[in-house]
Each structure stands twice: as C-alpha cells, then as structure tokens.
Design a binder for this molecule. Structure first.
Ligand SMILES: [Zn+2]
Length: 554
C-alpha cells in the first residue's frame, strides 16, 4: 500500500547523507539516509539512465538514454503508483491472518516439514491461482538438526547447573555425547580486544589431554573448524564462548547462537556467553558435565514458485521470501510479513494483467530457511550456467513488519559494511534508497552477512537486494531519533519466540515496506537495464559469510 505520494512528480529523489552524531558508529553515521524532502546534496536517482518512457504520468520516467552505447546499467524511474495503490494494508493483513490460522490449526507453528507449513503453502498456492498464476512446488530433502535434550553443569569445584538459552545454547549440528571431564582452555585471550584464533590451528592443541573438554573462544575461524580441530585432538566435548569484544551491531558478549554447518560434529558442542567462558577459564581444576542428545532427520519439504506469464524469462527477477517459521511459534513477522508482501504484490500484478513486464518475475516462497537457508540454496544449486545467467536479480524480503522497526536496505554497494554484493547489487540498493527518499522516509543500510535467502544468489554472482526491519538486535538511540520506536529494545522483541504472532506486527512498517516491495518488483520487472554493468564488470562475490541464516558460523 502506498503511504504517501507527497513528492511524487517532484524533480529528483534527494538522498541526504546525515551525520548522525559523533558517537555513532562510523559506518552507520555515514549512511543513514533521511528521506530527502528538504535537502541539499541531491544526487542522481534512477531516471538518469532510464530504460523506459514514462507511463503517461507527468514527472515519471525520463526518455531512454544510456550514457554509453548499449544498454543502460540502471533502471529508470518507474511509475509504481497504480500497483502500490492496489497493494493495500487490508490485503496484507488478510494474508497474515491466514498464516496465523495455519499455525493455530497445526501445533502453533509453520516450520519446515510440518502440517503448519503445508497449510501455509496451500493458502499461498490458492491465492496465486486465483490471481492467474500456475504455482508449482520444488521439492527437496535435507538433514534437519534435531535437539532432543542438553545439559551443562559444573561438577567441581563450584557445583552449578547452567541454563540453556541463558548461559549456553547447543550449537546446531552438535553431535551427541554425555561427558564429565576436566576443562582445558585452548589458546584463548581475555585481554585487550580479546583477538584470538582459539582452536583454529591443530598446533593450538599441543599438549591437550585427550578426553578433556576443550574451552574455545569465538574468533577468526568458523565454529565448525574449532570443534573439528578439538575432536581431532581427542577432546570429548567443546565449549565455545563469545569473544567479549565490541563490534557495533553484533553481540559479542551474550549467548552465541551458532551452527557447525550441515553435518553432525564428532563431539558435543555448545556456545556460551563471554561471562561464563571467562569464569570457567578463571577457575582452577574445573570439571564439567556436558551432555547433548541430538540427531539428524531426513526432512522433505519444498519451495513454492510462481512465474508471471509475461516478461522475458532470460531476464528473470526472482522475488523471494521464506515461508517457513521456526518451531517456537507462528512466525508472523518472521516471515509471514515478507511472504504476505510478495504474495499481495504477485496477486495485484497478476490480477489486472495490465502492467507491462519486460522481464519475467518469479515469486519464490522458500522452504526451510530457518534450518540454514536450505530452500533458496537448493534452488540456486539447481540452476545451470544458463539459469544463473538468466537470473537478472534476486529481491529478498525477510521480516518487514517489526514492531520496533528500522527501514533497513541491504548494503549492495558495500559502502557501509565493506562487503558488497555482486555488481548490480549497488543499483538495487539505490532503487530502494531513492524510492524511500522520494516518499520522505529515512533508511539505513544492513549488511550482506548471510542471514537470509539472498546468500546463495550473491555467492553465485547474481545481484541481490531487499529490505529488513530488524530482528533481535537492539535499536540504538541514533536509530530511535530517526525512525522512532524504543532505543535499547529489540527491533522485534518476539523474534523466534512464541509471541511472534498476529499481534507482533507494525501496520505502519508493513504498509511502508510493502509499497517499497511493489515498487522494486515493478521497477525490475520493467527495466531494460543491464544490471550487471556490462561486459568486463567484475561479479565479485562476498568472502565467507558470518552467518548461515539466523545462526552464526563464526
Ligand atoms: Zn526469517
């Protein structure tokens, strides 16, 4: 739904770069865009290299004028008024109600491989069919991690039982075991910025007593590597505690919510807070009991996919949102919100059939995102070279209705976080920024760190972008000053918990974000631009991601 048309038809979208405050992290301060209604510093928004004539609305669209021979590299300004008018809050909330009902009728969740997921998929498919699509399922099987139980206790010298979810969390894909043993710290560093490569090299375990529990510190390499090295050195179990350093936007002191990859480790492994790791390291002669009862379960699930009948399939825009929830709850913000936004956009785009589409749009409702981006990774793995080349872009929408929201746009050009997406991701970021600026709405960048379904796309050189309104991270004072809401509180206080239900939605965020979804989908569906920047443009892919879905890898 369209929120405001205040500056529609005005000259260029202005992006104002604000300096937020001296105390703000530099990356953040450098790139918060106030929605730019009253600003100096207007930069050239899309529209300069416009690929399309306007749609009959004055002020929208400029003539097709590539700056060099050949195709322009950026889309022009797209008139999305009509589509946004049709994508209404009422329509979106109807979909959220349906997702809540799917959970309510099926043990309270919509997790991959469950009846609640099946019910969600059937709803999406029926809605798509009514709008003229022919949705299909792409099935896949994967090894889902199942945790049956765990325990962490200090046996001596200070007997204590630690609490799962507060003091420790079993790493996903931890192997099973029940060990009581002495604890040996491995190459840890509790001073200064606590930089370390604890357990990253086999040499770190020189002199390690086989059968002991390895106490490892987060830092440098992946948790999976640390735990594998510990197992190779004869450790009976592994504890990885948080690093205890200061990284803006990243919790390096609290509980680690980590994953070891996609296969069970040889020994049980848990992540802990920095405080617990530090305490254990400082206790002489400590003996712990570490127990994990886990398994992997072959799970069959699927993605739901629907293509627009019109548009060039060799320039396909994949618009994705994961449809599965975590097992803890109904997942209405994560990610009923993104699913509803792309579903309503698909419906309105399909229903009228009146929008001219240069490029085919493929709407993808991913399965098993919460188990490590499984559905989207499977999808990209099934593309051959031509399939990759024919994918113009991936737009990803994962959590767009957070109650304490920030309008985060993926940092496609890497200017805020240093890791850019493949060429073209910068252009996608710009389309979102310019859109919000034209609506007078502020945005902030969010890192391509591997936390959602764009990952497999950018790892294969496909430009990507999208929106996010925040998860468990705490809103800063600077953000609260710009976006409203409550500083010091999570963007989504119900993230991955039972209260992520129908009441865990900001209608304002849904409304604004879904308009941006509709705008971006239409922009990339209509552009003739060569997003990838033409021949010879590097398609850089990011270095190893820090996350695989919501769980940290390192
Ligand atoms: Zn999600």
């Amino acid at each position: 739904m369209k929120f405001s048309r205040s500056v529609r038809g005005a000259a260029l979208a202005a992006t104002i770069v604000l300096t937020v405050s001296a105390g703000a992290p530099a990356a953040f301060a450098a790139e918060v865009n106030s929605g730019g209604k009253n600003g100096q510093g207007a930069h050239q928004g899309p529209g300069q290299n416009n690929g399309k004539p306007g749609q009959g609305h004055p002020g929208n669209g400029k003539p097709d004028k590539p700056d060099k021979p050949g195709k322009p590299h950026k889309p022009g300004k797209t008139d999305s008024d009509k589509l946004r008018d049709k994508v209404t809050l009422k329509g979106l909330l109807g979909h959220l109600n349906a997702f809540q009902a799917a959970a309510d009728a099926n043990s309270g969740n919509r997790a991959a491989g469950t009846p609640g997921y099946e019910a969600s998929a059937r709803y999406v498919e029926s809605q798509l069919r009514k709008a003229g699509y022919k949705p299909f399922r792409q099935a896949f099987t994967y090894e889902q991690f199942v945790l049956n139980g765990d325990a962490l206790e200090q046996v001596s010298p200070n007997p204590a039982a630690y609490t799962a979810g507060t003091d420790y969390l079993t790493m996903s894909y931890s192997g099973s075991g029940d060990v009581t043993a002495a604890v040996t710290a491995v190459d840890i560093n509790l001073t200064g910025n606590r930089a370390n490569s604890s357990g990253c090299e086999a040499e770190d375990f020189a002199g390690f007593t086989a059968g002991n529990i390895a106490l490892l510190q987060r830092g440098t390499c992946a948790f999976g590597d640390k735990v594998a090295n510990a197992a190779a050195a004869g450790a009976a179990g592994a504890i990885v505690f948080n690093q205890g350093n200061d990284v803006p936007g990243d919790d390096r002191t609290g509980l680690i919510n980590g994953t070891l990859g996609s296969e069970l480790s040889a020994i049980p492994a848990v992540g802990t807070t920095f405080a617990l790791g530090e305490a254990l390291a400082g206790t002489a002669g400590v003996t712990l009991r570490l127990a994990v009862d886990s398994a992997i379960k072959a799970t069959e699930t699927f993605n739901v996919i629907a293509d627009t009948p019109k548009g060039d399939p060799t320039r396909q825009v994949v618009v994705g949102a994961h449809l599965d929830s975590v097992a803890e709850g109904a997942g209405i913000n994560d990610n009923g919100s993104g699913s509803a936004a792309i579903l309503e956009t698909a419906i309105q785009l399909g229903k009228t059939g009146k929008f001219k589409l240069e490029n085919q749009v493929r709407f993808a409702f991913w399965g098993a995102e919460e188990d490590g981006l499984v559905g989207s990774t499977h999808y990209v793995s099934q593309l051959d070279e031509t399939g990759i080349a024919n994918t113009l872009a991936n737009l990803n929408f994962d959590m767009v209705g957070s109650t304490n929201f920030v309008r985060f746009v993926y940092d496609g050009d890497g200017d805020a976080f240093g890791s850019s997406g493949p060429a073209g991701s910068d252009t996608i970021e710009g389309v979102f920024q310019d859109y919000f600026a034209s609506e007078g709405l502020a945005t902030a960048p969010t890192e391509f760190d591997g936390r959602s379904d764009y990952l497999a796309f950018i790892e294969n050189g496909i430009p990507a972008g999208g929106l996010f309104t925040g998860a468990e991270g705490l809103k800063t004072a600077e953000e609260a000053a710009i976006f409203g809401g409550t500083a010091g509180t999570a963007y989504d206080p119900c993230y991955h918990s039972v209260c992520d239900n129908r009441s865990n939605i900001s209608n304002k965020a849904m409304d604004e974000m879904s308009d941006a979804v509709a705008h971006s989908v239409l922009t990339f569906a209509q552009t003739k631009a060569d997003l990838k920047g033409g021949a010879g443009t590097s398609r850089s892919v990011p270095s190893e991601p820090a996350y695989k879905g919501h769980e940290a890898l390192r």
